[in-house]
Design a protein around this ligand. Structure first.
Ligand code: MN
Length: 152
Protein backbone atom coordinates (compact mmCIF):
# COMPACT_ATOMS: atom_id res chain seq x y z
CA UNK A 1 0.00 0.00 0.00
CA UNK A 2 1.25 3.49 -0.80
CA UNK A 3 2.87 5.38 2.08
CA UNK A 4 0.46 8.21 2.71
CA UNK A 5 -2.07 9.11 5.28
CA UNK A 6 -5.08 9.92 3.16
CA UNK A 7 -6.58 7.54 0.67
CA UNK A 8 -9.20 9.29 -1.32
CA UNK A 9 -12.03 7.54 -2.99
CA UNK A 10 -11.08 7.01 -6.63
CA UNK A 11 -14.45 5.87 -7.90
CA UNK A 12 -17.35 3.85 -6.62
CA UNK A 13 -16.00 1.31 -4.11
CA UNK A 14 -12.40 1.77 -5.25
CA UNK A 15 -9.73 3.80 -3.46
CA UNK A 16 -6.74 5.70 -4.76
CA UNK A 17 -3.52 3.82 -3.98
CA UNK A 18 -5.34 0.59 -3.09
CA UNK A 19 -4.82 -2.36 -5.42
CA UNK A 20 -7.65 -4.60 -6.44
CA UNK A 21 -6.40 -8.10 -5.66
CA UNK A 22 -7.55 -11.62 -6.33
CA UNK A 23 -9.75 -12.82 -3.48
CA UNK A 24 -7.45 -15.74 -2.64
CA UNK A 25 -4.28 -17.35 -3.86
CA UNK A 26 -5.40 -20.61 -2.32
CA UNK A 27 -6.29 -22.98 -5.17
CA UNK A 28 -8.13 -25.38 -2.83
CA UNK A 29 -10.97 -23.03 -2.12
CA UNK A 30 -14.24 -22.90 -4.04
CA UNK A 31 -15.48 -19.39 -4.64
CA UNK A 32 -16.88 -17.32 -7.49
CA UNK A 33 -16.38 -13.75 -8.70
CA UNK A 34 -14.84 -12.06 -5.65
CA UNK A 35 -12.26 -9.25 -5.48
CA UNK A 36 -10.28 -8.02 -2.45
CA UNK A 37 -8.84 -4.62 -1.53
CA UNK A 38 -6.73 -4.17 1.61
CA UNK A 39 -7.72 -0.73 2.91
CA UNK A 40 -5.76 -0.62 6.19
CA UNK A 41 -2.81 -2.82 7.11
CA UNK A 42 -0.12 -1.43 9.39
CA UNK A 43 2.08 -3.20 11.98
CA UNK A 44 0.97 -0.64 14.57
CA UNK A 45 -2.57 -1.86 14.11
CA UNK A 46 -3.26 -5.40 15.19
CA UNK A 47 -6.00 -5.65 12.60
CA UNK A 48 -6.63 -5.25 8.90
CA UNK A 49 -9.60 -3.76 7.16
CA UNK A 50 -10.42 -5.21 3.77
CA UNK A 51 -13.13 -4.54 1.22
CA UNK A 52 -14.50 -7.55 -0.63
CA UNK A 53 -16.81 -7.39 -3.56
CA UNK A 54 -18.81 -10.38 -4.71
CA UNK A 55 -20.18 -10.03 -8.26
CA UNK A 56 -23.88 -10.75 -8.86
CA UNK A 57 -24.52 -14.44 -8.23
CA UNK A 58 -21.02 -14.94 -6.81
CA UNK A 59 -19.98 -16.28 -3.41
CA UNK A 60 -17.10 -16.32 -0.97
CA UNK A 61 -15.42 -19.49 0.26
CA UNK A 62 -17.29 -21.67 2.74
CA UNK A 63 -14.73 -21.86 5.55
CA UNK A 64 -13.98 -21.58 9.24
CA UNK A 65 -10.96 -20.50 11.30
CA UNK A 66 -9.95 -19.46 14.80
CA UNK A 67 -9.86 -15.75 14.00
CA UNK A 68 -13.07 -13.70 13.95
CA UNK A 69 -14.58 -11.47 11.31
CA UNK A 70 -16.45 -8.20 11.82
CA UNK A 71 -18.34 -7.40 8.61
CA UNK A 72 -20.19 -4.26 7.50
CA UNK A 73 -22.17 -4.53 4.28
CA UNK A 74 -21.46 -1.42 2.16
CA UNK A 75 -23.37 -2.21 -1.00
CA UNK A 76 -25.95 -4.58 -2.38
CA UNK A 77 -27.68 -7.50 -0.78
CA UNK A 78 -27.46 -11.23 -0.49
CA UNK A 79 -27.43 -13.96 2.10
CA UNK A 80 -24.90 -15.17 4.60
CA UNK A 81 -24.40 -18.44 6.38
CA UNK A 82 -22.93 -18.09 9.87
CA UNK A 83 -22.87 -21.32 11.85
CA UNK A 84 -26.29 -22.88 11.26
CA UNK A 85 -28.01 -19.57 10.50
CA UNK A 86 -28.86 -18.38 6.98
CA UNK A 87 -29.79 -14.69 6.97
CA UNK A 88 -30.63 -12.14 4.30
CA UNK A 89 -28.16 -9.25 4.40
CA UNK A 90 -28.31 -5.80 2.90
CA UNK A 91 -26.44 -2.50 2.90
CA UNK A 92 -25.37 -1.34 6.39
CA UNK A 93 -26.02 -4.68 8.09
CA UNK A 94 -23.38 -5.85 10.55
CA UNK A 95 -22.34 -9.51 10.72
CA UNK A 96 -20.06 -11.00 13.36
CA UNK A 97 -18.45 -14.35 12.57
CA UNK A 98 -17.28 -16.04 15.79
CA UNK A 99 -14.22 -18.32 15.94
CA UNK A 100 -14.47 -21.77 14.30
CA UNK A 101 -17.83 -21.03 12.72
CA UNK A 102 -18.67 -22.05 9.14
CA UNK A 103 -19.45 -18.96 7.07
CA UNK A 104 -20.10 -17.90 3.51
CA UNK A 105 -21.42 -14.76 1.77
CA UNK A 106 -23.52 -14.90 -1.40
CA UNK A 107 -24.59 -11.98 -3.60
CA UNK A 108 -28.06 -11.78 -5.13
CA UNK A 109 -28.33 -12.18 -8.89
CA UNK A 110 -29.03 -8.52 -9.59
CA UNK A 111 -26.23 -6.54 -7.96
CA UNK A 112 -22.76 -6.83 -6.42
CA UNK A 113 -22.44 -7.45 -2.69
CA UNK A 114 -19.67 -5.33 -1.17
CA UNK A 115 -18.56 -5.53 2.44
CA UNK A 116 -15.84 -4.34 4.79
CA UNK A 117 -14.23 -7.10 6.82
CA UNK A 118 -12.08 -6.50 9.90
CA UNK A 119 -9.65 -9.24 10.96
CA UNK A 120 -6.59 -9.82 13.12
CA UNK A 121 -3.41 -9.01 11.20
CA UNK A 122 -1.88 -12.32 12.43
CA UNK A 123 -4.43 -15.04 11.79
CA UNK A 124 -4.77 -18.74 11.15
CA UNK A 125 -5.37 -20.26 7.75
CA UNK A 126 -9.00 -21.01 6.87
CA UNK A 127 -10.21 -24.61 7.04
CA UNK A 128 -12.45 -25.96 4.30
CA UNK A 129 -15.25 -28.43 5.07
CA UNK A 130 -14.59 -32.11 4.45
CA UNK A 131 -17.15 -34.09 2.44
CA UNK A 132 -18.55 -35.38 5.74
CA UNK A 133 -18.80 -31.88 7.23
CA UNK A 134 -20.55 -30.65 4.08
CA UNK A 135 -23.02 -33.54 4.28
CA UNK A 136 -23.79 -32.62 7.90
CA UNK A 137 -24.38 -28.97 6.92
CA UNK A 138 -26.66 -30.04 4.05
CA UNK A 139 -28.90 -32.02 6.41
CA UNK A 140 -30.34 -28.64 7.34
CA UNK A 141 -32.75 -27.84 4.46
CA UNK A 142 -32.19 -24.10 4.81
CA UNK A 143 -28.41 -24.49 4.57
CA UNK A 144 -28.75 -26.94 1.65
CA UNK A 145 -30.87 -24.38 -0.25
CA UNK A 146 -28.36 -21.62 0.54
CA UNK A 147 -25.48 -23.75 -0.78
CA UNK A 148 -27.47 -24.38 -4.00
CA UNK A 149 -27.79 -20.59 -4.29
CA UNK A 150 -31.53 -20.89 -3.69
CA UNK A 151 -32.07 -19.19 -0.34
CA UNK A 152 -35.65 -19.17 0.94
MN1 MN B 1 -13.37 -16.21 6.69
Amino acid sequence: MANRTVHRKAKEYRWEGVDELPYKEDGRALFKSVTRQVLFSDPELRGELRYFEVAPGGFSTLERHRHMHAVLVLRGRGHCLVGTEVRPIETRDLVTVPPMTWHQFRATAGEPLGFLCMVNAARDKPQLPSAEELAVLRRDAKIAAFLRNEPA
